[in-house]
Design a protein around this ligand. Structure first.
Ligand code: ADP
Ligand code: MG
Length: 407
């Protein structure tokens, strides 16, 4: 199947070609045809499998083909859980729709509201924003969704976790009942199912690899490292791979700041990203990271969801997440699209229970690297010493499993 086999506008097909999207991913293949036919869809597919384009392509096609002369109201609303995602997904819509007349806009808080309202007044077809922001705009009378055609909820389960439940339901009251509703998520919990059934009727359900939500093109490994030693191991691996991009997850904001300071002391440049940093700085930090001006981002679970930086080589779980589901979302920051990625977790004695929970949740055992006690003490003694090589260990283990040809 090629994109050109779909009955979609040539303006979209040409743009997809120039973005190097050659053929649809699994989730795109399974959902685009239903969305084009106007059906409601509830889709669950692993991280990094192209869910955004799975809904953006048919939505843009619909809006492009069914022009409504003189109508300037929003025709498609996309709700996302974070501002970072509003920005990112807004730009995916803009890019895919670049050659069409469809206007898309990612709207997020923390920036000039007057400007945002002006943009809305001038006419926006696809609006991407958080439920809270959307509700504010509707209640202030700046956003009219009474003629909405399509409603998309992306990362729907996190929106519920963040307590957006009420906002979503309030927004829903203003939207026509005969709209098309699309649900997309990487994980699905019982809670989200009940919300989903409130808003979508007779939806086509698409679930890809439901048993294991972790993307298949990520290699996972866990190393047993004492809590106080973690920073030396991090230093070691960051120095070992000066060309690679890393996202490092730690448990708290304070720990993130400490890691950044510890890396600075040993001459490794990193940047922190967490909820305690002002929004405009958060965008700037992510932009620098995307542009490759910084290659190591140390963060909390604030960046675990949805963020798409295709060139990410490694995810490091400096601390294991308390919630197993977050393991899946964190690791999903690498191995985007068709690329391979690597996820390495540092597990201290006190985190072994969390590791068990994660393995139970994903249904797969994570490759355990027994670190030779000599190697371990070498790292502790002289962390400049390059004898300790993660890549070599990972390669070796993969070879033993006969997996290396997949790389
Ligand atoms: P998800 O929402 O499933 O986590 P995204 O929609 O963010 O994933 O897409 C992950 C990456 O895959 C992005 O970098 C995107 O540009 C790329 N991608 C999506 N669809 C295709 C395709 N058909 N061909 C090539 N790359 C794709
Ligand atoms: Mg996504």
């Amino acid at each position: 199947m090629k994109f050109s086999d779909y009955p979609i506008s040539n303006l979209i097909i040409e743009q997809l070609e120039s973005m190097d999207f050659r053929k649809p991913t699994d989730i795109q293949f399974k959902s685009i045809k239903h969305i084009l036919e106007g059906e409601d869809v509830m889709a669950v597919a692993q991280t990094g499998t192209g869910k955004t384009a799975a809904f953006a392509i048919p939505v843009i096609d619909r809006i492009e083909k069914r022009k409504r002369k003189g109508y300037k109201g929003v025709r498609c609303l996309v709700m996302v859980p974070t501002r970072e995602l509003a920005k990112q997904i807004g730009s995916v819509f803009t890019e895919i729709g670049k050659r069409t007349s469809v206007k898309s806009y990612g709207l997020f808080g923390g920036t000039d509201q007057e400007q945002q309202i002006r943009t809305l007044k001038n006419g926006v077809d696809v609006l991407v924003t958080t439920p809270g922001r959307m509700f504010d705009l509707i209640s202030q009378g700046h956003l009219d969704v009474s003629q909405l055609e399509v409603l998309v909820l992306d990362e729907a389960d996190l929106m519920l976790d963040l307590g957006f439940n009420k906002d979503i339901k309030d927004v829903m009251k203003h939207i026509p009942k005969n709209r098309q509703t699309l649900f997309f998520s990487a994980t699905i919990s019982k809670k989200i199912k009940s919300l989903a059934y409130d808003v979508v009727r007779d939806a086509i359900r698409i679930q890809i690899s439901p048993k294991n939500p972790v993307a298949q093109n990520i290699d996972h490994a866990v190393a047993f490292i004492q809590m106080d030693d973690k920073r030396f191991f991090l230093e070691n691996i960051l120095k070992e791979y000066p060309e690679n991009m890393f996202i490092v997850f730690a448990r708290t904001k304070v720990r993130v700041e400490r890691i950044v300071a510890a890396m600075e002391r040993v001459g490794v440049k990193t940047e922190a990203l967490h909820g305690g940093i002002e929004q405009k700085d958060r965008f700037a930090i992510l932009d620098r990271f995307r542009a490759g001006e910084n290659r190591v981002l140390i963060t909390t679970d604030v960046a675990a969801r949805g963020i798409d930086i295709p060139s990410m080589d490694y995810v490091i779980n400096y601390d294991l997440p308390d919630d197993s589901e977050n393991y899946v979302h964190r690791c999903g920051r690498t191995g985007r699209g068709n690329r391979r990625g690597q996820a390495l977790s540092f597990c201290s004695d006190s985190e072994k229970k969390l590791l068990e929970d994660i393995e139970e949740y994903t249904g797969e055992e994570i490759e355990h690297y027994e670190i030779d006690p000599n190697d371990y003490s070498e790292i502790m003694k002289d962390i400049e010493d390059p004898t300790y090589n993660w890549q070599r260990l990972i390669d070796q283990a993969n070879k033993e499993r006969g997996k290396d040809e997949e790389w």
